[in-house]
Ligand binder design. Sequence first.
Ligand SMILES: [Ca+2]
Length: 300
Amino acid sequence: MKKSSGSLVIVLIVGWSIACSGGALPFVAPTDTPTAMPTLTYTPSITPTPTDTPTATPTRTPKPTRTPRPTSTPIPTRTPRPTKTPTPTDTPITTATSTNEPATATPTWTHTPATQAVTPLSQDNLISNPSFEDGSNKETADLIVPFGWRPWSSCSGTIHTELEPHPPHVRTGSFAARVWQSYNTCVMGFYQQVTVTPGKDYQLTAYGFSWSTGHPVVGSPSEANITMRIGIEPNGGTDPLANSVVWSDAKIAMDAYDSFSLIATAHHDVITVILRSVPDWGMARNDTFWDDISLLMVQR
Ligand SMILES: [Ca+2]
């Protein structure tokens, strides 16, 4: 029953189509021989994309290792001040024996305090070139020696002498006598032989000061001491370190003039006046300045 209904529907549809097209069905030629299929040549139309050249992956630059912070330089410890060099004794390194001094002579300690009242018997100053205004003689590069005076030291070849022209260092006139050394503690000074009357008393006076510093700039204050004295060798000897020398009291006169005085009795027709100083420390500059030296015959 269902199959018959379907055929009927087809017939109706075909009939309706014929009616609509004027009643004739289109002719379709039969396909007898199948056309050979053309052989297709495959042409690649797409250029293969080159493969990417692998870019070498840069190796990671290693991070520099941290430079270790330098260890801090330790603050230098303060150099301890050297222990005090003992003041040289009167024994010279090279002993010059006085020609006028017997080897067994007993020291004549006729030291008279400067405060003792004395009466000058003459105002005639017996010192030659007493204010160092009369010139000098250049004996070596280190020794420019004031006329009338001789330099001396307990250490050979370590001292320098010259005329000092700096006004702050001069007491009167234009010059003072200067003796100095560096990094040494030698006893140093000048001496002068003077003709006198044996048995008479003589008063020696002098003015001087010293300068001891590690910073040798004119005007800088002293940083160490220098001990000063004046003396008379009553026999006229030329060894300033002989036991026979009569010395004044010691003074430390740093950076400003001070006075020195001494009275001694002449034992010979020549006596030797001596200017002497010795530094406590071997500073870069150890200077002593002397000016206005006087030797008068006196009555005590
Ligand atoms: Ca002078």
